[in-house]
Design a protein. Structure first.
Length: 281
């Protein structure tokens, strides 16, 4: 399998998704997420050693994540990290850009229904590659996957999808901390680790903040103004204030016609109504 073949498989699976729609908002024909951008990184890239120091020793290397499904000694050399970036639709972004206190209904639903959608997408992808005799691991399908506390960086995860996207050439971080891609910052991500000789993508940047206007020339800063709790400042992003706001908006502004159920929440007002909403600015 080469990169083009993998991208074709991913697009076919995207087209077959049953859960990628706004049925909850009575718009079954409207997709929740656009086709993903795909990037590929090497499984033995020394960047993963850096992440163990930078984020914490709990952050998996690709080989460690792979071994959770396929136990045994293993080097990362034969592995590739496939990073997938799903952009929000323009309709969702326009709705979100109008909001000031509470995320738009489309944002609430596309966040709340992400996990079942990713189960469907990743499940189909892993099955398809498995049928071709290719071993692979979807990070989102690992039962061990979850959050952890980084000493230096606060709330974190055993696998940071964004850092792998950065490594796979898909974008750099913004002042808000969100990753800015060619399709902008209003995106969600997942990662697949495959045992296949895919070509590793080159990175069109040399530093981790290169595509953000604030780090480029001190301009912009619009994401700071979009945050209702001032969790984004020139010093960066306060993860705890940001995290706490989720329950605040849910308690104060939850739309009556959406059932909260087991939705995980996310404010995301800093991801829309900004120059990096849809593109690398
Ligand atoms: C924990 C978490 C949160 C926490 C903390 C956020 C955070 N920044 O870590 C809270 C609850 C606050 C949160 C909020 C949100 N989240 Co969140 N969250 C996660 C989660 C589970 C883990 C993130 C993680 O591990 N962070 C680890 C630390 C290391 O990251 P960091 O501090 O941001 O990294 C900085 C440093 O590494 C530094 N850096 C990078 N390279 C280098 C190199 C050197 C040398 C140095 C010194 C520094 C440096 O720059 C980075 C950015 O500032 C991921 C899912 C996943 N498993 O990946 C989703 C994820 C990051 N969240 C996501 C989203 C969409 C959101 C929200 C928009 C909510 C929503 N759904 O609407 C908000 C946005 C907040 C914001 N301003 O970015 C998306 C990312 C979207 C994007 N464009 O980046 C992810 C990837 C989920 C997904 N599956 O797509 N989130
Ligand atoms: S809104 Fe402006 S300052 Fe904020 S991340 Fe995007 S480009 Fe950077
Ligand atoms: S997600 Fe909301 S609370 Fe968190 S930084 Fe962005 S705008 Fe602020």
């Amino acid at each position: 399998m080469d990169n083009n073949e993998l991208k074709q498989i991913i697009n076919d699976i995207y087209d077959s998704l049953e859960k990628n729609n706004f049925s909850t908002l009575n718009r079954p024909d409207a997709p929740m997420w656009e086709r993903p951008l795909v990037g590929v990184a090497a499984g033995d890239d020394p960047y993963y050693d850096f992440l163990k120091e930078h984020i914490g020793p709990f952050h998996w290397s690709p080989a460690e994540a792979f071994q959770l499904k396929y136990p045994g000694a293993f080097s990362g050399k034969a592995l590739r990290v496939v990073s997938l970036v799903f952009p929000q639709t323009m309709e969702t972004k326009l709705a979100q850009a109008k909001e000031k206190k509470c995320p738009a209904r489309e944002w609430i639903v596309s966040r709340g229904e992400w996990e079942p959608l990713m189960k469907e997408f990743s499940g189909k992808l892993v099955k398809r590659l498995g049928d071709m005799g290719i071993r692979c691991v979807s990070i989102d399908l690992l039962s061990e996957f979850g959050t952890a506390r980084s000493e230096k960086l606060g709330i974190a995860s055993k696998w940071s999808h964004r850092h792998s996207a950065y490594l796979a050439g898909l974008g750099t971080f913004g002042l808000s901390e969100g990753i800015i891609t060619e399709k902008g910052k209003a995106v969600r991500l997942t990662t697949l680790i495959v045992e296949a000789p895919l070509a590793v993508e080159t990175r069109a940047y040399s530093s981790h903040h290169e595509w953000c206007l604030y780090f480029k020339d001190g301009s912009c800063g619009v994401c700071m103004k979009r945050c209702p709790v001032n969790a984004i400042t020139a010093e960066g992003h306060d993860k705890d204030d940001c995290d706490a706001y989720e329950e605040v908006f849910a308690a104060r502004y939850w739309p009556e016609d959406i059932e909260r159920g087991d939705y995980i929440l996310g404010c995301g007002l800093c991801q829309a109504g900004i120059p990096c909403q849809d593109k690398r600015p």
